[in-house]
Design a protein around this ligand. Sequence first.
Ligand SMILES: Cc1ncc(COP(=O)(O)O)c(C=O)c1O
Length: 433
Amino acid sequence: MPNASDLKARQTAAVPGGVATKGIYVAKAENSELWDVDGRRFIDFAAGIAVLNTGHRHPHVMAAVAKQCELFAHTCFHVAPYESYIRLAERLNAAAPGDFVKKTLFLNSGAEAVENAVKIARIHTKRSAVIAFSGGFHGRTLLTLGLTGKVMPYKRGFGPFPAEVYHAEFPQPYRGITTEQALADLDRLFHGDVDPKSVAAILIEPVQGEGGFNVAPAEFLRALRRLCDEHGIVLIADEVQGGMARTGRMFSIEHSGVVPDLVTTAKGLGGGFPLSAVTGRAAIMDAAHPGGLGGTYGGNPISIAAAHAVLDVIEAEGLCARAASVGDRMRTRLLALARELPCIGDVRGLGAMVAIELVKDPKTREPDAALTASVLAHAEKRGLILLSCGTSANVVRLLAPLTIPDAVLAEGLNILGAALKDAAGVPSARAVA
Ligand SMILES: Cc1ncc(COP(=O)(O)O)c(C=O)c1O
């Protein structure tokens, strides 16, 4: 098998530089561990960017996929529909928040789910404007880039973006943006930029992913719900990163008790196979004319089979409760590290979606992107895969599979502690030994 440096050279020659990657070329993976082509072992705290909530190659998911491959791999649901698609829609309709009749449409990626949620909100309301939030991330297609509130690396140079997209402040207490200020910003938008009666949808990640694991306070989500009710606006919860048990509930918005009209899911839904969905009020979901929604691969039978297995595993293995306990262990360890290391300005998140914000000085809270990059590099050297996030690239996010064994989780957290100390220039027990 070629080694990592051969592959890096071939990648540079064959794949555009815009497709940024880490230097870990995977050979195999199992649950929360991964081995590269050079035989190095890594603990995986990235989970394919919040996809592998059920771990790499969960046996139930693999068996479901293998079984489906023996029947048929693709027909296109529009050409020859299949029961498994309908049954998965029924399961998501039952699981999504809201005591009303729901329907579900399947697509391939998170971006496609968000695009379709906006299409559905527009045709239902016969309005065009959409409000999203600063720091939000909704995908890399042109509409979803327009909705995304983070310039680098996503938006720079790729405009113009679709019209009628507005951004309001997302509450961020650590950065001094209170719920009241964020609501005042929406009010400013409604008075200065866009008539609320022209707004089709308000789109929000209840816990921002790429934006830095900022958790929307329940009172903010409740206020959005009231505004949507008052003005006939569709409330869309983007659960692409925070959904599928990651935060300790099936959908992260459930922590607030707020019921959105539409929910987008992807990532963890397919357990490693590409699948996304829009689930929501039947009266809204049914607004589009026949043929207006769908696509060649949306709800591909193999991904659908994987998703059924994912839902079975979440239930059978109690992954919502497991997310809460994984998150508690992470938080306890990170808070202890924060007491030792002043560069950790904030520890935040919900369930097993936990992050630390790194700063140059805890008083000024100036973001430290260089330190963040160094922590990731040291962690990788020591055998831990980590991701950064945040609009200033100074947040380290932890997204371990929810199926991670306790011993592997503890080992990963030890490595993270050592990597933080390596990067901050503080001797750690392991670094000294
Ligand atoms: C909240 C959120 N929405 C949408 C997307 C886009 O998903 P995809 O990359 O599958 O298009 C992402 C991806 O990170 C996301 O985190």
